[in-house]
Design a protein around this ligand. Structure first.
Ligand SMILES: Cc1cc2nc3c(=O)[nH]c(=O)nc-3n(C[C@H](O)[C@H](O)[C@H](O)COP(=O)(O)O)c2cc1C
Length: 304
C-alpha cells in the first residue's frame, strides 16, 4: 500500500506533511540534529540574516496560560557564516532542508538566499515579516508592491524554489498573489501576530521590547482564515502554520488549502513527541473519513 500522507510543496517531495516552524530552535548544527529527531518531513532553519544579530535583552519569550507564547527574540542569529554548518548538518538526514532568509532589502535577501543555495539547501523561505530598510520599518510583506519587487529579484537569481512566508495583514491576499506572480513557488502562512502582555504587579510590560509576536493556540483560527482566503484566490501550494497542537488542527489547515504544515509553539508546550502524534493522527483521520490520500483533501473545504 502507498503512503497516504505523501505530499509535495514547491516541488519538494515530503514523506508526510509536518515540518517544524522557523525559529523555535536555533541555528547551530546540533539544532538540526534535534529537529530531525522530532521526525519532521523537512527541516526549516531559524531565520538567517546577512550580518550577525544579537537579539534583545530578556525576557524575550513568555509562556501565556492558554497555549500561547509571546516572543520578541529580535532575529538573533550568527549571519551568513553560520548558515553553511547548519545546512550541512541538516542535509545528512536525507529530507529537504529549507533555509529561512531574512533581511531589510532585496539585496540583503539575495545575499543570504544565494548563500543558502550554495550551501546545498533545497529551498529558501523568505521571511517577509522583517522590517523594510527604506520603508520606515514597515514589514516587507505588508506592501504588495514591495513583495512583488523583492520576490522577483530573489527568484530571478536562484535555481532552488523560493517559498514566501507572510504574516497577517489587510493586504494578505494581494501580497500572496503578487508573490506568486513574481516567482514564488509556495507560500508559508502565517507568522506571529502582534501582541503584548502586562504584569499587573510590577505595572510594566512583560517583554523588554514591550510588544511581541503571539503564537500558539490563540492564533490558530487566524491561520485557518489566512490559508482559506489565500487558497480560494490563488490555489497556491501553501504551508499552513499557526497553533497546530493536534492532528485536528493540522487537518483543518489542510482542508483549508495547505499541502504541508509547520509546528512551532506546540513543541514548547507538548514536547518533541508532538510531531509523530500529529502524523499518526492524520493517518487515522484519513482512514476514518475513507480517503486514500492526503492530496484528496487539500482544499476540500472549498468544494461544494
Ligand atoms: C520563539 C519564536 C521564534 C520565532 N522565530 C522565527 C524566525 O526566526 N523566523 C520566522 O519566519 N518565524 C519565526 N517564528 C514564527 C514561527 O515560525 C511561526 O510562524 C509562528 O510561531 C506560528 O506558529 P506556531 O503557533 O506553531 O508557533 C518564531 C516563533 C517563536 C515562538
Amino acid at each position: 500500500m502507498g503512503n497516504a500522507l505523501e505530499t509535495a510543496v514547491a516541488g519538494l517531495a515530503l514523506r508526510h506533511p509536518v515540518m517544524n516552524a522557523s525559529g523555535i530552535l536555533g541555528y547551530l548544527p546540533e539544532h538540526a540534529d534535534t529537529m530531525a529527531s522530532w521526525r519532521v518531513s523537512a527541516i526549516v532553519s531559524k531565520t538567517f540574516t546577512r550580518e550577525p544579530r544579537e537579539g534583545y535583552d530578556p525576557p524575550i519569550v513568555v509562556k501565556l496560560g492558554y497555549g500561547g507564547l509571546l516572543n520578541a527574540v529580535g532575529l538573533s542569529n550568527p549571519g551568513i557564516a553560520g548558515l553553511g554548518p547548519f545546512v550541512r548538518s541538516a542535509k545528512k538526514y536525507g529530507i529537504p532542508v529549507i533555509v529561512s532568509v531574512g533581511g531589510g532589502s532585496a539585496v540583503e535577501l539575495i545575499d543570504v538566499a544565494a548563500a543558502a543555495e550554495e550551501a546545498g539547501s533545497s529551498a529558501v523561505e523568505l521571511n517577509m515579516s522583517c522590517p523594510h530598510f527604506e520603508g520606515g520599518g514597515l514589514e516587507l510583506g505588508r506592501d504588495p508592491t514591495i513583495v512583488s519587487s523583492v520576490v522577483r529579484e530573489v527568484s530571478s537569481v536562484l535555481r532552488i524554489p523560493v517559498i514566501v512566508k507572510l504574516g497577517v495583514s489587510d493586504k494578505l491576499v494581494d501580497s500572496a498573489a503578487r508573490a506568486l506572480e513574481a516567482g514564488a513557488r509556495a507560500l508559508t502562512l502565517i507568522n506571529t501576530v502582534r501582541g503584548m502582555a502586562i504584569d499587573v504587579y510590577s505595572l510594566r510590560p512583560v517583554l523588554s521590547r514591550v510588544y511581541g509576536g503571539l503564537s500558539g493556540r490563540p492564533v490558530h483560527p487566524v491561520a485557518v482564515w489566512a490559508v482559506y482566503s489565500v487558497y480560494r484566490e490563488t490555489s497556491a501550494d501553501i504551508i499552513g502554520v499557526g497553533g497546530v497542537f493536534t492532528w485536528r488542527d493540522a487537518a483543518e489547515l489542510i482542508v483549508a488549502g495547505s499541502r504541508a504544515i509547520q509546528v512551532g509553539t506546540a513543541l514548547v508546550y507538548r514536547g518533541p513527541g508532538v510531531v509523530a502524534r500529529i502524523v499518526e493522527g492524520l493517518r487515522s483521520w484519513l482512514r476514518q473519513i475513507g480517503r486514500a490520500s492526503l492530496r484528496d483533501v487539500v482544499g476540500a473545504a472549498h468544494k461544494r
